[in-house]
Design a protein around this ligand. Structure first.
Ligand code: CDP
Ligand code: CDP
Length: 224
């Protein structure tokens, strides 16, 4: 099968979306697009330039100055804003704890959705986020909604933090993740939702290889 597909992977925070999406893209020789990184960049830039995080219009103006670039790299792709590398900066707690507010602003969603569709137009793509199957790429041939319990997701984040030397108690991570999921699911525009035609995948007791295998099965079934 030589047809290039669109593969949409959505789900709540730390469900394993980006890890798995990246591996699937690599295997298929597709482009990988981490849409969460785009909302993180908007948040990082707004914090840096003292733009109010809930000022829809000011954010719209601000984004006109944001030149965003992804560079494939291992273990994670590099992210640049106006030439400055922000790969690590956009994962810092002040960005993580404010990103849902910025991502709820309609002007931000509009700008990001437009850029994401442009990226997807380039060919085969694996895109992960919250509204890919429901809003950004509604005609995607494959839609997966990844889930896992809050406890398991917090545990994954905890281990990730430990590897970076960050010590946040598990209970705090559970609260942060639950709070972000709540904000993402209840916002007015493009909330986190399982698209009607998406396939739900509970990854609570699956490791990364097992999730990749499950997604490959889903792709095989849906490839036209
Ligand atoms: O990696 P993690 O699960 O922490 O989150 P992310 O995928 O980097 O996304 C960060 C935030 O961006 C989410 O909590 C959402 O508020 C927002 N987001 C969104 O609104 N729509 C998307 N398609 C992707 C992310
Ligand atoms: O992109 P998202 O926020 O959904 O999650 P991620 O950043 O891909 O994964 C969060 C953490 O969970 C990473 O450290 C992964 O290595 C880990 N993970 C895991 O332990 N088991 C899985 N089945 C999937 C991811």
């Amino acid at each position: 099968n030589t047809t290039k597909m669109q593969i949409a992977i959505d789900g709540p925070a730390s469900a394993g979306k980006s890890t798995v999406a990246k591996l699937v893209a690599k295997e298929m020789n597709y482009i990988y697009c981490d849409t969460g990184a785009m909302y993180r960049v908007a948040t990082w830039y707004a914090l840096k330039n003292n733009v109010a995080l809930d000022d829809n219009q000011a954010l719209e103006e601000m984004l006109k100055d944001v030149q965003l670039e992804f560079v494939p790299a291992e273990p994670v792709q590099k992210v640049f804003v106006n030439g400055e590398e922000v790969t690590d900066a956009i994962r810092m707690p002040d960005v993580t704890n404010n990103v849902s507010l910025v991502a709820a602003q309609p002007s931000v969603r509009k700008a990001m959705t437009q850029r994401q569709r442009e990226i997807a137009d380039a060919g085969g793509i694996v895109m992960d986020g919250r509204d890919i199957g429901s809003v950004v790429l509604p005609n995607a041939q494959v839609k997966v909604f990844m889930e896992a319990t809050v406890h398991e997701r917090a545990l994954r984040r905890y281990r990730e933090n430990q590897a970076k030397g960050i010590e946040t108690p598990l209970a705090v991570l559970e609260e942060e993740i639950a709070a972000r999921d709540y904000k993402d699911s209840t916002r007015k525009e493009a909330p986190l939702i399982c698209a009607e035609d998406a396939i739900k995948l509970d990854t609570t007791s699956l490791n990364i290889e097992q999730v990749v295998a499950e997604i490959k099965k889903i792709i095989k079934k849906n490839a036209k």
